[in-house]
Design a protein around this ligand. Structure first.
Ligand code: AMP
Length: 281
């Protein structure tokens, strides 16, 4: 496994690989990897002859007061995990080589990022789509793998690829959970043992939503209410939002005749967690 830190060097490697007829898959991450990330890597491995994992804690997707500085970083540990897949190239650039101080261009998917996390984290998705566009230009992948854990991010990137004619196939991967149901996340590390227990309430709320949907809900609000009732029982949890939206467009007031996304963002202590589920008609 090779570690590349220079964007130019990464592009040279990608161009060489393309000339040799290789199929390149890219799995973008912010590092501090867990089994969810490795599931994405294995999906990328299956589809490619050159598998690139990027590790980059992207400053432009963090707002003021968010956890950019304290986001967990351990590239050595990550590389040991990536060797097991195996990954061919780890692309781990420094922020200074990704953004020049006078950089002034952005990529933004508008409608799809208005609600949900977009409402609560202004500028976040603009940072995400911008860095992913840059990674696509640098790594030149045929495939890029993203987790449904960050469902709105997945939809924003699919939108960007469609709108801007990126020649990349986006491969979604379902949420990978701990045995007890908690969605895997690098931020779970922040949780104290007591908070870790309380955090289960997110997946329990989604289970209640699924059950309400299965047994015949009259409308999306009734499903959201079922999830909210479970979340409210946990006093240590501050709900940022629980919403039902159209799973394709993320528009509000979804029809139960189409797949709907139930998405939750909540704070357990100081830690912000997200989770979601898609309900089929
Ligand atoms: P991150 O390092 O948190 O930016 O995540 C990198 C990629 O891994 C994104 O596409 C995430 O959606 C995906 N991911 C993170 N956690 C999970 C999970 N529990 N299940 C599936 N995909 C995940």
């Amino acid at each position: 496994m090779e570690i590349v830190t220079s964007p130019d060097e990464m592009t040279r490697r990608a161009e060489g690989a393309r000339k040799n007829g290789e199929r390149i898959a890219l799995v973008p991450t912010m590092g501090y990897l867990h089994d969810g990330h490795l599931t994405l890597m294995r999906e990328g491995r299956r589809r490619s002859s050159l598998l690139v994992a990027s590790i980059f804690v992207n400053p432009t997707q963090f707002g003021p007061g968010e956890d950019f500085a304290r986001y967990p970083r351990d590239v050595e540990r990550d590389c040991a995990m990536l060797e097991t897949v195996p990954v061919d190239i780890v692309f781990a650039p420094e922020p200074a080589s990704m953004y020049s101080p006078d950089s002034q261009s952005w990529v933004e998917a508008t409608e799809v990022t208005r609600g949900l996390c977009g409402r609560h984290r202004p500028g976040h998705f603009r940072g995400v789509t911008t860095v992913v566009a840059k990674l696509f230009n640098i790594v030149k992948p045929h495939f890029a793998v993203f987790g449904e854990k960050d469902f709105q991010q997945l939809r924003a990137i699919q939108r960007m690829v469609l709108d801007l004619n990126f020649d990349v196939e986006i491969v979604p991967v379902p949420i990978v959970r701990e045995k007890d149901g908690l969605a895997m996340s690098s931020r779970n590390l922040y949780l104290t043992p007591a908070e870790r227990e309380d955090a289960l309430v997110l997946s329990l709320a989604l289970r209640a939503a699924r059950e309400k949907h299965r047994t015949g809900a009259c409308c999306a609000e009734e499903i959201v209410f079922a999830a909210m009732r479970v979340l409210k029982r946990m006093k240590s949890v501050t709900v940022e939002y629980v919403e039902a939206v159209d799973a394709e467009t993320l528009a509000s007031d979804p029809s139960l005749e189409r797949p709907i996304l139930i998405a939750i963002a909540a704070r357990i202590g100081k830690t912000r967690l997200i989770d979601n589920t898609v309900l089929q008609p």
